[in-house]
Design a binder for this molecule. Sequence first.
Ligand code: COA
Length: 258
Amino acid sequence: MYTTILTELNNHIFTITINRPDKLNALNKAVFDDLNKALDEVYTNDEILSAVITGAGTKAFVAGADITEFKGLSVEEGKALAKAGQDTFFRIENCPKPIIAAVNGFALGGGCELAMSCHFRVAANNAKFGQPEVNLGLIPGYGGTQRLVQLIGKGRAIELLISGNMIDTTTALQYGLVNHVFEPEQLLPETYKLLANINTKAPLAIGACISAVNAAFDEARDGYAVEIDAFGFCFATDDMQEGTQAFIEKRKPVFSGK
Ligand code: COA
């Protein structure tokens, strides 16, 4: 079904592994097609409660968009490429199920942008982050200029963007670009532990949290109003009844996602 990614579903966690290790998992058109199909699965398969995106091999998460596909593009084709990449990454960002980037090496250019479109990032201690597009006479096109500012602030974002410098996980932690750093062999087990806990929470409430947080960065929406609507919506869910009843009965809730 897939040619450039591997997928696996275990304990309601769907792992998507970008699988072009000989090209440091660079994002070409085939990867985007596969990623979109995998996102269809995440959105529609009720067995999936959350997802992880990682890279094959030990060297790279994703070392960027595939530079070989840039040659000879016109202005309009360049814009279409950016638009398509942004659309895919919006699907990740707006997914009601948590999607976590497990960054296992270089996360450069489109790789850093992919990681930033995920709901949060964890990294192996050998990971490196950067937006080196200026080295190519380019800028990020898959949302990087926007999400970098949201995640680390304007001054740090501009420095990274215009220097093309890479940062290590010590700096990424300090900047708030990653939430946790692990030994490389512990990266996936620890990511799964984080998600196993999250997967015990009410799925519709999780989706509502994601939607309300995303509204904080969307000028077209009033995030406070989105929060009011989402809060009200929860009162109509079985899970809210179950969660509050379980608290009163001093037992663990069992959520149905309804
Ligand atoms: N697009 C296409 N191919 C890429 C790539 C990318 N973004 N990043 C790496 N590759 C390929 C290399 O061309 C090489 O292929 P080859 O073996 O057929 O020559 C292979 O992956 C291994 O990369 P290599 O450069 O030999 O590894 P390295 O350890 O010397 O360097 C990096 C690692 C990440 C520093 C280097 O690959 C790099 O700078 N990549 C581009 C990063 C970038 O500019 N990303 C933004 C793109 S918009």
